[in-house]
Design a protein around this ligand. Structure first.
Ligand code: PGA
Length: 263
């Protein structure tokens, strides 16, 4: 499958998660504003958009440096599941990647690791790149359980993945307490989590394959703190919620990356 690759010298992915925001017209307006400034972007810009906008945006993004993806999918290939969307349908609409296991899906829609695992396997089978989200809650963080939680989420959500699946996978560390709260994790804490994620991925795959999985941070990333994360060697990209909704703030984060010393 065509893996989504960042430019070789500059491994950095900036992923917007629009959640349940934007009509098709609003989405087109956004992409038209942002596209010119992504042409020379020293990173891969990706947008996880509402289902309704995938087709229009993937056509609009064709000659740009922006990749369009979805925010969720069902694990079944097809069937009587009213209101659900299959991986093959997302592909058909033009999605190239899909967020799986976002904490809002886990908390609000009661998705567990085994359901998430089946989605990851189905996405891989359908040539849709999974961006798997993991992260601990505030209570788990306070109790010092972050490491164990991340490790078990990874091993359960990636169960049964063949070794060569690692090259088609991305992982985002998104501590639940940092999402939508304005309370971002510190780069130091994220660096430590990234090391734990690498260790877990090495156990699941092998060291070489694990190294190839891009590791992103998400949770209250804004134009004010993005540079701190972009400066870290451990963080290979950002998953950005509210700051990806206005073209100005998303563009600002892209420009920080372009001006950062590692780009
Ligand atoms: P936030 O969301 O940037 O608004 O905290 C991140 C996410 O939900 O992926």
């Amino acid at each position: 499958m065509g893996r989504i690759m960042a430019k070789k010298t500059t491994k950095c992915f900036l992923v917007g998660n629009w959640k349940m925001y934007k009509t098709i017209d609003q989405a087109v307006e956004f992409i038209d504003k942002i596209a010119p400034m992504t042409q020379d972007a020293s990173c891969q810009v990706m947008l996880a958009v509402p289902f309704t906008a995938i087709k229009t945006l993937s056509e609009r993004a064709k000659d740009t440096n922006i990749i369009i993806g979805a925010q969720n999918m069902n694990d079944a290939s097809e069937g009587a599941f009213t209101g659900e969307v299959a991986a093959v349908m997302l592909k058909d609409a033009g999605a190239q990647f899909v967020l799986i296991g976002h904490s809002e899906r886990r908390q609000l829609f009661h998705e567990d690791n085994s359901f998430i695992n089946r989605k990851v396997l189905r996405a891989l089978e359908c040539d849709l790149q999974p961006l798997l989200c993991v992260g601990e809650t505030y209570e788990q963080h306070q109790e010092g359980k972050s490491h164990d939680v991340i490790k078990s989420q990874l091993s359960e959500c990636l169960q049964g993945c063949p070794k060569d699946a690692a090259k088609n996978l991305m992982v985002a560390y998104e501590p639940v307490w940092a999402i939508g709260t304005g309370l971002a994790a510190t780069p130091k804490l994220v660096d430590a989590a990234m090391e734990q994620i690498s260790e877990a991925l090495t156990e699941i795959f092998d060291a070489k394959s694990a190294k190839g999985v891009p590791l992103l941070y998400g949770g209250s990333v804004s134009p004010n703190n993005a540079q701190d994360f972009l400066n870290s060697d451990e963080i290979e990209g950002l998953l950005i919620g509210s700051a990806s909704l206005a073209p100005e703030s998303f563009a600002k984060i892209i420009s920080l990356r372009q001006n950062s010393p590692t780009s």
